[in-house]
Design a protein around this ligand. Structure first.
Ligand code: F6P
Length: 255
């Protein structure tokens, strides 16, 4: 059925937790690629989890992508005022405004009854230009908040898909694949073991900081992301994964 094997879900969550060795797994029944309700459901689960785990004066980071856009859509405003600030975890990928982390951060901040800050960084800036941007007062302020980030809600993608989305050259994409890249998160490309293969340079949360965060919520589904999820799960055990049944099944097939 489109809702999958409901009874088997808790068992799957348990097995997946053993395999991925992260804090918590929540599986949404069904297949995201076949049923758009599954993505919404993952967003609703994220909404609940976020509200349960929010601390006072918290800085929450969020990334872009279609999954995070769905999360921001599914977060419900409950008229509570929360002393939280939402900020994009990294600058970049400015092409599709609706799925860009800035609009997602703004929406999430408003819906949580908190505030938000933006981080505008054009794509593909050279290192020198990035350094100059860091001198800008507004960027500085955002970077300070990123340093104080406690919770990160983030998307996980396939390396090849994300390389294409970033319009990287054919040669670069081939090189990434040859180097074993299967996953992308926060602009970093990883092989299945979680080794960094390449970084799309921009401003924002560093990989070191990402690995040290104590509350991460990764949201990613669809069986084509199975390897990507495995790779990113190796980076920080303080991660809660919200995924769908099809990805969960595929991961258990692979490992
Ligand atoms: O570009 C932001 C981002 O969160 C990437 O880091 C991630 O790989 C991707 O979006 C996921 O996109 P989607 O949810 O559309 O698959």
């Amino acid at each position: 059925s489109i809702y999958g094997n409901l009874k088997g879900i808790p068992k799957m969550e348990e097995r997946l937790k053993e395999v991925l060795k992260i804090r918590k797994i929540i599986i949404s029944p069904g297949n995201l690629s076949e049923n758009s309700m599954v993505l919404k459901d993952m967003g609703k689960i994220t909404n609940r989890l976020l509200k349960e785990s929010l601390l006072a004066k918290e800085v929450i980071g969020i990334t872009g992508g279609s999954t995070m856009a769905a999360v921001a859509d599914e977060v419900t405003s409950d008229n509570k005022i929360r002393d939280v600030i939402v900020i994009p975890a990294r600058g970049g990928l400015g092409r599709e405004v609706e799925t860009q982390s800035n609009s997602i951060a703004a929406k999430l901040g408003q819906k949580l009854g908190g505030s938000y800050r933006l981080l505008y960084v054009p794509d593909g800036l050279e290192e020198k230009a990035l350094e100059l941007m860091l001198k800008n007062e507004e960027v500085k302020e955002s970077m300070e908040l990123i340093d104080n980030m406690n919770t990160l809600v983030f998307g996980i993608g396939r390396a090849d898909t994300m390389a294409k989305r970033r319009n990287l050259s054919e040669e670069k994409i081939d090189a990434l694949i040859k180097a074993g890249a299967v996953a992308e998160a926060l602009g970093h490309y990883f092989d299945i073991k979680g080794n960094e293969v390449w970084e799309f340079k921009t401003i924002g949360l560093s990989l070191g900081k990402f690995k040290a965060l104590n509350n991460l919520i990764g949201v990613a589904g669809g069986e084509e992301k199975a390897e990507s999820i495995i790779a990113v799960s190796t980076l920080n055990q303080n991660m809660t994964l919200i995924t769908d049944e099809s990805a969960a099944k595929k991961i258990l097939d692979i490992v």
